[in-house]
Design a binder for this molecule. Sequence first.
Ligand SMILES: [Zn+2]
Length: 467
Amino acid sequence: MSLYWTPAAWIEGRWQPSVVLEVDAQGRWSRVAAGEAAPAEAERLAGPALPGLVDAHSHAFQRAFAGLAERREGAGDDFWSWRDRMYRVAGAVTPESLRAIAAHLYVELLRGGYTQVCEFHYLQHQAGGAPYDDPLALSMALADAAGDAGIGLTLLPALYERAGFEAPALREDQRRFHAGADDVWQRAQAFERRVAAAGRAALVPLNAGLAIHSVRAAAGASIARLRELAHGFDGPIHVHVAEQRAEVADCIAATGRPPVAWLAAQGWLDARWQLVHATHVGADEIAATAASGAGVVICPTTEGNLGDGFTDVPAWLAADVELAVGSDSQVGRSWREELRWLEYGQRLRLERRNVAAEPARGAGPRPDTAASLFERARAGGGRAAGHARWGLEVGARADLLVVDPDDASLVGLPHARWLDALVFSSPSRPWRDVMVAGRWALRHHHHPQVERISANFARVMQALWAE
Ligand SMILES: [Zn+2]
């Protein structure tokens, strides 16, 4: 048991003063009490404390590509030409290099204020498509990387079996992604069994959910089969959906409906489902999502980088759908940047300010934009990772971000405006200390393994990109 005291903490959606926090032996909050004097035996935190957030959508291997796709190589450059170049990295990754790439990324995500990452995992086999002796070789590389960094991980093996609605098989450069419904189910179960047997989940929190790459990449019968296998399963089910207009048009041509409407019409969506991107959706699809209880994961820096378009944030907020954020292609690795661009995209689109602060219905208007977005991302992210509770409350995992009170951008600001400044005034290194499940992953900005992890990543990058 550990006891802490902080001058302010984010509890029940607002800053509360003079807070005592107690962690139990399982790494969960056993006491969260505001308005209390510091007990003599408590460690005083260096600054105000926020809950860590979940990175609800990550493809770790794409970190090796960040910053390397910003030159136009043909007459036009879009999502699909980016994807073909990204496959070059996907084709070259090994279990050893994936661990090095992911460990480096996960330390960056901790620095970005994330304490849990959902890995939407579709790298399954060797480069040519032959299976590894251990079907979990690449999954365990991600678990090892999470252990190296000290971040929580939700592994989401992805159903992936065809190149498009009218293509029954995968392309040559997609063969290492192949996984049918039974493969996905077995891998999720095997992953949880293996990390439990090895006692690894006691060192760093590890769990599994399920993913469907997209309605483009999986036949309806396979999605139905996965749902049948997952009857009674209470983990999350993630799916890429409606990220690109071409995908929506192909889905309408093949099924008569756009993707979210099609999923809803099958009666498949429920509160376990997370719709990733959901960029190009209609009002009826937003209503159907809200009625199902499913959540939405938005990845603003990636969607901006790929030229995806804008989702209708005010409509999602008005429908009271839970929103989470994700780093996806890893061009951004901080939730502050995701929340800022989530709001800025809407301001640019609508020519208004403080858009997320004004939901017309649902949870009711909040005057503060950052608090509105943060609360959605906190609750939505926790659920996207399969956690019933997420935040500074008794029973939730003891994850914590301690704000560095010496950061130049926070000096002189009243505490009540610190979350606004964290999102919209861009402190350089805002998180002095980061706790995951009761253990400190960063202390005084320092990660204990950072030199080794950076050196491994640099070596992998040199080998990948040697001319
Ligand atoms: Zn993705």
